[in-house]
Ligand binder design. Structure first.
Ligand SMILES: CC(C)(COP(=O)(O)OP(=O)(O)OC[C@H]1O[C@@H](n2cnc3c(N)ncnc32)[C@H](O)[C@@H]1OP(=O)(O)O)[C@@H](O)C(=O)NCCC(=O)NCCS
Length: 329
């Protein structure tokens, strides 16, 4: 009998209504549409407005859509994993809040923190539960409310990030589709290039930490760029090589949406043409853990059963990785 694999059997997504355009950013910091577009390809990003609304608000909306599309009773869900670096609260986990909101009373749930690679870490982890035979309906969420940790006076970060969330359902299959292979990596020596200085146990929130602007993302863009351009391409080439895949075997690349130039470098290294590269960076920017599930959500109608999809991402930590998926429907 074929091995039990974890098939992605549905995708849900949610992006807030408010659109923050490059032109609006021109009125907030010294920047311009031409600079942002030529350096990143981002044109607009979504921002979650509304007092008291956190990542779980977007995640719940994405999961509700997923449950409707897949005709799944929330009581059948036995695990929810949420990848996010902008949880509603330091604890409990955002996945717990979502489980309560959707009525997943038979599920256990927890969060994973791996920045922009978070969805890859969560998808790989969730797939292991399904492959082992212990769990049959697992929801994987990726999403962030980046606007809650971005300094809209810092032109080096505020142009890049946006808010959004996506979710997939994993179910067992013996059809030789689903999550086929995964390579995940991390290197904590990269912390200083992309992180948030305060708000954790090292520097808890205080008047002084707020006054010093320590609760915002800081990034050394050029260093992150250099790291990303090499490592996202390398890990994508590595997963293709160990699965004997050539560029012509790949139907889709689903790359983290941070910068079009980094995406191009990965596609070139994989020897695939631009028409096979999923892209929505123009309209959503970098939603951190949200980019990959939001890509799958956007491209769901174009995907066919048996399609070979390579997912690739990099992020703060550093973290990076690649997943080979055979689309299941
Ligand atoms: C952030 C990023 C777009 C900046 O592009 P870059 O080509 O590296 O630009 P640099 O940081 O070298 O800055 C070049 C110049 O533009 C200026 N600049 C920076 N941000 C600007 C902005 N928003 N608008 C206009 N000018 C800007 C800089 O001050 C610098 O000016 P100088 O030459 O007078 O010193 C790019 O480094 C990048 O994409 N890095 C990776 C970031 C990423 O992917 N993060 C997410 C990780 S998951």
């Amino acid at each position: 009998m074929n091995k039990i694999r974890a098939a992605i059997t549905g995708v849900g997504g949610y992006v807030p209504d408010y659109i923050l355009t490059n032109h609006e950013l021109e009125s907030m910091v010294e920047t311009n549409d031409e600079w942002i577009t030529s350096r990143t390809r981002i044109k607009e990003r979504r921002i979650l407005k509304g007092e008291g609304l956190g990542t779980s608000y977007m995640a719940t909306a994405a999961v509700k859509e997923l449950l409707t599309k897949t005709k799944t009773d929330p009581k059948e869900i036995d695990l929810i994993i949420c990848a996010t670096i902008t949880p509603d609260l330091p604890f409990p986990a955002t996945a717990n809040l979502v489980a309560d909101q959707i009525g997943a009373t038979n599920s256990f749930s927890y969060d994973i923190s791996a920045a922009c690679s978070g969805f890859l870490y969560a998808l790989t982890t969730g797939a292991k539960y399904v492959e082992s035979g212990t769990h049959k309906k697992v929801i994987i969420i990726g999403g962030d409310k980046m606007s809650s940790i971005i300094n809209y006076k810092d032109r080096t970060t505020c142009i890049i990030f946006g808010d959004g969330c996506g979710a997939v359902l994993l179910e067992p299959t013996t059809d030789n589709v689903g999550v086929m292979d995964s390579i995940l990596k991390s290197d904590g020596s990269g912390v200083e290039y992309l992180y948030m200085k305060a708000g954790g146990s090292r520097i808890p929130a205080s008047h002084a930490s707020v006054d010093a602007n320590l609760h915002y993302v800081v990034q050394e863009g050029a260093a992150v760029f250099k790291f990303a351009v090499t490592n996202m391409a390398d890990v994508s080439a590595e997963i293709m090589e160990r699965n004997n895949l050539k560029g012509s075997d790949v139907n889709w690349l689903a790359p983290h949406q941070a910068n079009k130039r980094i995406i191009d470098a990965t596609a070139n290294r994989m020897n695939i043409t631009e028409d096979k590269v999923m892209m929505n960076i123009e309209k959503f920017g970098n939603t951190t853990a949200g980019t990959i599930p939001l890509l799958l959500w956007d491209y769901e109608k174009k995907l066919k059963k048996g399609d070979t999809v390579i997912i690739a991402a990099f992020g703060g930590g550093f973290t990076w990785g690649s997943i080979y998926v055979k689309w299941a429907y």
